[in-house]
Design a protein around this ligand. Structure first.
Ligand code: TMP
Ligand code: ASP
Length: 236
């Protein structure tokens, strides 16, 4: 498959057209941003790790009944995925209080949640990705009600699968963000990435942070944390 013109450049990835109109090529960058692009930097080797970790997890989820956009990893940083129309929602799933939830509700970070929490944010950088609820989503017609129900069901199933998988690697899955898209055939699929950029991973024993919070909060050891995740997942 040929890599053709660049269609889009995001904060962490570039997307290119291919000679198949239903397939695009994602190219992962080492660039890192936080706080809606206010903080900028680079994490050496991040693009390679996020590409490989995302593809590994997407394939695990596919095997367990979650449809994804994944087609084929073609290099360390490049993957072919189904072209989708992205649902403009960030779907956040939380098991343990941290980050913006801790701030909003005054809950100490690390407080276990008695039920899994799902939040939706409208994907819009100019507005700072504001949190929205099902009523806003219906009123704005960002996605239909049956599709939103399916998104929530997939998000909970993905949480069960990932949580168990990471527990086996001695990692607590604190929270994470998902994005979904709709293919040319009208199929709802998991899209974007699942990586230390988009999840909070805490070591089960030491509670050490093994994710992008090390960059967001200037904790040091950023590259090492990303390497630790790929090492535990894939033994590299
Ligand atoms: P939050 O606590 O800052 O709302 O983040 C919740 C989860 O979502 C956390 O695992 C990080 C992830 N996330 C993203 O992937 N992209 C974002 O833009 C934000 C704000 C959070
Ligand atoms: N990626 C997001 C941004 O820079 C925020 C984050 O991951 O904290 O906008």
């Amino acid at each position: 498959m040929k890599k053709l013109e660049q269609l889009y450049e995001g904060k962490a990835k570039k997307v290119f057209a291919t000679d198949d109109p239903n397939v695009v090529l994602v190219d992962y960058k080492d660039d890192a941003t936080a706080f809606n692009g206010l903080k900028r930097g680079s994490i050496a080797g991040k693009g390679v790790i996020n590409n490989r970790v995302t593809n590994f997890l997407m394939q695990m989820l596919e095997k367990n009944g979650i449809p994804t956009h994944f087609i084929e990893e073609i290099s360390d940083r490049e993957t072919l995925v189904k072209k989708v129309s992205i649902v403009p929602l960030e779907v956040i799933v939380r098991n343990i209080a941290a980050g913006s939830l801790s701030k909003r509700l005054g809950l100490p970070e690390g407080t276990p949640l008695k039920r899994t929490v799902i939040e939706y944010c409208y994907k819009n950088d100019d507005l700072g990705d504001p949190m929205v609820n099902e009523y806003h989503i219906a009123a704005m017609e960002w996605v239909s009600k049956p599709e939103l129900d399916k998104i929530a069901a997939y998000a909970l199933k993905i949480n069960d699968l990932l949580r168990k998988y990471f527990k086996g690697l001695s990692i607590d899955l604190v929270d994470f963000k998902l994005e979904f898209g709709i293919t040319a055939d009208g199929e709802l699929v998991l899209a974007d990435e699942i990586s230390p950029d988009t999840c909070r991973f805490w070591d089960s024993k030491t509670h050490e942070k093994l994710d992008k919070d090390r960059f967001r909060r200037d904790l040091g050891g950023v590259e090492e944390a990303y390497q630790e995740i790929i090492h535990r997942l894939m033994g590299e």
